[in-house]
Design a protein around this ligand. Structure first.
Ligand SMILES: [Cu+2]
Length: 87
């Protein structure tokens, strides 16, 4: 479960919580967007691009990529980043 906290804005920096996490290959991820803005969970150099509408929890599907460390970003807010380690 990746959370985008409700307190992300205003006055703060939007973020993923946790900022660094590991998942087993093939595991499903859930994105809980508790914030009042649209965000994405986009994994660089993969086809993973999950839209997380405001105040919704979405099933991100299975993470089926090779083991390694990946950069995660919100395409709407480039300062919103995280690291995903696939094992
Ligand atoms: Cu965002």
């Amino acid at each position: 479960m990746i959370t985008i906290p409700t307190s992300s804005f205003p006055g703060g920096t939007s973020k993923f919580d946790p900022r660094c996490f590991s998942v087993s290959r093939g595991a499903r991820v859930t994105i809980e967007n508790d914030h009042s803005a649209f965000h994405t969970f986009t994994v660089t150099d993969t086809g993973i691009d999950i839209e997380a509408p405001a105040n919704q929890t979405v099933d991100g599907g299975a993470i089926d990529v090779s083991p390694g460390t990946y950069a995660v970003v919100c395409t709407r807010h480039p300062s919103m980043t995280a690291s995903m380690i696939v094992v």
